[in-house]
Design a protein around this ligand. Sequence first.
Ligand code: UD1
Length: 376
Amino acid sequence: MAGTVPSGSSRRQRILHVVGARPNFMKTAPVMAEMARRPAEFEQLLVHTGQHYDFEMSGVFFRDLEMPTPDRFLDVGSGSHAEQTARIMIAFEPVVQDWRPDWVVVVGDVNSTVACALVCAKLGVRVAHVEAGLRSCDRTMPEEINRLVTDQLADLLLTPSRDADANLRKEGVDQARIEFVGNVMIDTLVKHLAKARGRPIVSRMGLEAAGYALVTLHRPSNVDDPGDLREVLEGLCRIGGTLPVVFPVHPRTRHSLDEGMLSALSARVTLLDPLGYLDFIALLDSARLVITDSGGLQEESTYLGVPCLTVRPNTERPITISCGTNRLVPRERDALVAAARTAAEESRATRAIPELWDGATAPRVARAIAARASPR
Ligand code: UD1
């Protein structure tokens, strides 16, 4: 009969993807690529909030990850948490009202994630959160607040590990909203690893494979207070006395470095501007060890089997410790130096890869959303 809908059928789902800051790009890219392969099921819009705006923090990732140019750029820029979050919400609301998505997909734990989830919750638009359920249980971390609020609001919680499912259940989340899909960032790593390995950055910098430490630091708890930052930097200088240290410096950290710290550091450590995805992965893959406070790097080093020292009192990614190469070290010079010495002696041969960190998470994300398609 004309005009009737066969039972179980649905129209093409309108999927709006949100990216804002550097760690979002490698999570959204594989999901968009997967949905682009299924044009009969999905129609997509990419919104970039502009939380990160420098070429090194944003543009280079679109090139390296072969991501489409954003359809909308909200240009919100930097500011306090309240300013940035509010600006994102104000700019994002009319985009949702105008484009009328069936689903908004947010990733990770940055201010763009929570701001856009909150807009959608008020507009009655369904939200899928990729990388849901991670908890450091440390509410002094801005990202922890973003995770808690986003997961309360989202309709579909797509988790990277089973501990994340358990965290959500403990918070009373209905199991029907939770789906364990694996780690989507590993999809990006698997896809681009061969290309990254072809980059000449290691030899061009005069480094030897497995002959240097790679460092990233940007958490407010490590870099905003000059005394705390100095403690870590002194540790890096000591490590740099015996092992080359390469340190691409995040803009937040750069703002905190005074002239004295900068000159002491540059005598012992190779300081770089933030790197693009492929060069960074090339450096990580060949590193003897990594010293970091990043979330993503704990996961990438686990996958690659590179020993990882996380300069934090906690992690929202405990599987990188129980299964992977990660260990927590205090922000204390001597402890850092001792841990680096031990880690540098570890072999890379024994590595375990967590369940469903298999390079095929994006298809599971697409299937989970398709299974909850809006009817005609
Ligand atoms: C943000 C995320 C953090 C993520 C990190 C990755 C939140 C709360 N935090 O922290 O979870 O791990 O991104 O990088 O969302 N800046 C530039 N150029 C840029 C972007 C930022 O110079 O392109 C400067 C800003 O002016 C600011 C500082 O870097 O002074 C911090 O930027 P902001 O986006 O506020 O937070 P991040 O520390 O980068």
